[in-house]
Design a binder for this molecule. Structure first.
Ligand SMILES: [Zn+2]
Length: 197
């Protein structure tokens, strides 16, 4: 290696350190469900990762699917047992909603995303007591209301920036949007990262 090319390599290495790739955390709420396997496929095919906030009621019968998420290196986190507005339930119900079944595979979840993003000091305190950090989002493409996968892609790309946490759901249009969405994100230099892992 000549002195000049050595210098060029050094400059490039320093530049890479100074400007790391922008990151985006894709999060998927309300699963596991009928589109979770497709979402996992799309993430794996693109070499991407995602964080799944699961609902306890959705788990029975989908044990293998949830194990597949963990095996694929995705982050499995909690979204309550039965998806109520946690600010409106009794203390005992709140504790039950935050109680994570021991059968959940992988490392214990460290985060909870309250349904509807509805939280208050009582919910925050109960979550902390249960060892869970309340985790919301920064970008909401309203994918649950989208009538096409293109709408989901456009809504995410319009708002995403370095460090964004994107709220998505296990919906058909979202699952269908993922291959192209991941291509666009990677094309824009984004690297997907896990939350709470
Ligand atoms: Zn939800």
């Amino acid at each position: 290696m000549s002195l000049l090319s050595g210098l060029v390599h050094l400059v490039l290495a320093v530049a890479a350190t100074m400007s790391p790739a922008p990151t985006v955390a894709l999060t998927f709420d309300d699963g596991p469900g009928p589109h979770t396997a497709q979402i996992l496929d799309a993430l794996e095919s693109a070499g991407a990762v995602g964080t799944f906030f699961v609902v306890g009621d959705q788990l029975p019968g989908r044990e293998q699917l949830v194990a597949d998420l963990v095996d694929a290196g995705m982050s499995l986190q909690w979204h309550s047992a039965s998806h109520p507005d946690l600010t409106g339930v009794s203390d005992s119900r709140l504790a039950a909603e935050l109680d994570i079944p021991g059968s959940l595979p992988g490392p214990d979840p460290s985060c909870v995303r309250p349904p509807y993003g509805a939280t208050d000091s009582r919910v925050n305190q109960a979550a902390t007591g249960a060892g869970l950090e309340v985790t919301l989002w920064g970008v909401d493409p309203r994918d649950w209301a989208a009538t096409s996968s293109q709408q989901v892609i456009d809504a995410v790309m319009a708002d995403v920036e370095d460090g964004s946490v994107v709220l998505l759901h296990g919906r058909e249009h979202t699952a269908n949007a993922l291959p192209q969405l991941l291509e666009r994100l990677h094309g824009a230099g984004f690297q997907t990262v896990l939350l709470c892992a």
